[in-house]
Ligand binder design. Structure first.
Ligand code: NDP
Ligand code: 2IT
Length: 448
């Protein structure tokens, strides 16, 4: 069978077994394009049907979440946990609370997580979960009741050696606290079953910062590889949540100029760039007041707010998409290329469409896929699990140093497997490096 025939057959299988899951199909197609040749070259993979097994989750749990609003009316949401692949460790991945959550979205995220977690070198399998619950505009009491109801079902499926959830879109420190509190009560045990916990109750230092910091470390590694630096470069960032805020913080620390941020209402452009004072304002606006990004342009003269648009029309050297999936489409990618963008580093999961990635590769733009570039978050989650298992608490410097080392190692893996004639294909390098580890584990464990 040719490589292309292998990819087509896999996609036919996935589409027939899981129709109406476009995000999941997109994620599988991207990985299959990079690794099908390995299956072609290695009959053991084909015989063991590694790819066909990888696209079928180990287990999916779907449940009703009933909770009471402050006005005492009853609300009903749907909860999910996709335990995708446990070959290299306990299932590990975040929970997303957002109205756009569907089984397709969580399957794409869980599938990506298998490969991301493999790249970290730590023993973590791939999983993801969440709900179509929208925490926006809900009181703390409503969010707590939702989290408690969600956990009443989820708790029977998770555990420190089974499945360890964390945060993602709409699930931050507040939600992890409520979820962990309810889990601890139901399990009648204090275990590290969730990561992203507060420092006071077993959380790791640097976990809050880890995804954004890791993404900037990754971009810096890519630039060093071509004898360049982030310092002095103009960067655009999308989003203004956990990943975006700490991407901005570390990019500023490395001497870059960051000129945009966004939320679902639009983007702000500050041509002078953020500084420590402006970032502190943005953090307070988003992390404490839960306000809208448009407020930034009212506060700082010279900054503009563009409603309902994404920041990709703003000229930059480096773009850090850090909001959500498919936020860079074909036209956005063409605009980035036309304006001289040299590097796209995915802080979010699958923010670039397949067409956008083609534009980057054809235009010689260095492209870091999310599974490599945003692996810093789950990396420090893995370090949090180690600290919890040993009843230890490591210092800020110790955790950040380990994060930087693992991001450097992931970069090296991408270079090892993605080196092409003139440049490194990071997408291929990440997919191949990640796949080989998981495939080896699956082969060794037999037909399970
Ligand atoms: P947050 O909830 O903290 O922030 C999300 C940000 O993206 C907000 O600014 C939000 O705007 C915006 N956003 C979300 N959905 C949309 C949408 N459909 N359209 C436009 N803007 C949107 O989430 P995180 O920062 O944690 O996550 C951001 C991305 O990074 C996600 O893709 C996530 O999967 C990925 N990621 C997160 C990790 C983590 O450790 N948290 C680790 C690795 C990847 P608004 O507030 O208006 O909704
Ligand atoms: O997409 C991701 O890697 C996350 N949301 C973090 C997962 C984790 O378990 O820390």
């Amino acid at each position: 069978m040719s490589v292309q025939a292998r990819i087509d057959a896999l996609m036919d299988l996935v589409k027939s077994r899981s129709p109406h899951e476009p995000e999941f199909h997109q994620a599988v197609h991207e990985v299959a394009g990079s690794v099908a040749h390995l299956v072609e070259d290695n009959p053991a993979y084909a015989d063991a049907r590694i790819l066909e097994r990888l696209v079928e989750p180990d287990r999916v749990v779907i449940f009703r979440v009933t909770w009471m609003r402050d006005d005492e009316s009853i609300a009903i949401n749907r909860g999910y946990r996709v335990q995708f692949n446990g070959a290299i460790g306990p299932y590990k991945g975040g929970l997303r609370f957002h109205p756009s959550v569907t089984l397709s979205v969580l399957k794409f995220l869980g599938f990506e997580q298998i490969f991301k977690n493999s790249l970290t070198g730590l023993p973590m399998g791939g999983g993801k979960g969440g709900s179509d619950f929208n925490p926006k505009g809900r009181s703390d009491a409503e969010v707590m009741r939702f989290c408690q109801s969600f956990m009443i079902e989820l708790h029977r499926h998770i555990g420190p050696d089974t499945d360890v959830p964390a945060g993602d879109i709409g699930v931050g420190a507040r939600e992890v606290g409520y979820l962990f509190g309810q889990y601890r009560r139901l399990a009648n045990a204090w275990t590290g079953t969730m990561t992203g916990k507060g420092i006071a109750f077993g959380g790791s230092r640097i976990r809050t910062e880890a995804t954004g910091y890791g993404s900037v470390y990754f971009a810096q590694n890519m630039l060093h590889h071509i004898s360049e630096e982030l310092a002095g470069k103009t960067c655009t960032v999308s989003g203004s949540g956990n990943v975006a805020l700490y991407t901005i913080e570390k990019a500023l620390a490395f001497g870059a100029k960051v000129v945009t941020a966004s939320d679902s209402g639009g983007f702000i452009h500050d041509p002078e760039g953020f500084d420590a004072e402006k970032l502190a304002y943005l953090k307070n606006l988003k992390e404490v007041e839960r306000g809208r990004i448009s407020e930034y342009a009212k506060k700082f003269k010279g900054a503009t707010f563009t409603k309902d648009q994404r920041p990709w029309s703003v000229p930059c050297d480096v773009a850090f998409p850090s909001a959500t999936q498919n936020e860079i489409g074909l036209e956005d990618a063409k605009g980035l290329a036309k304006n001289g963008c040299r590097l796209v580093c995915e802080g979010a999961n699958m923010p670039s469409t397949a067409e956008a990635i083609d534009v980057f590769h054809d235009g010689g733009i260095l492209f870091a896929p999310g599974k490599a570039a945003n692996a810093g978050g789950v990396t420090v989650s893995g370090l949090e699990m180690m600290q919890n298992a040993g009843f230890m608490s490591w210092t800020h410097d110790a955790v950040e140093q380990r994060l930087a080392e693992i991001m450097r190692d992931i970069h090296a893996t991408c270079v090892q497997h993605g080196q092409e004639e003139k440049r490194v294909n990071y997408l291929k390098g990440a997919n191949v490096g990640a796949f080989l580890r998981v495939a080896e584990a699956m082969l060794a464990q037999g037909a399970v």
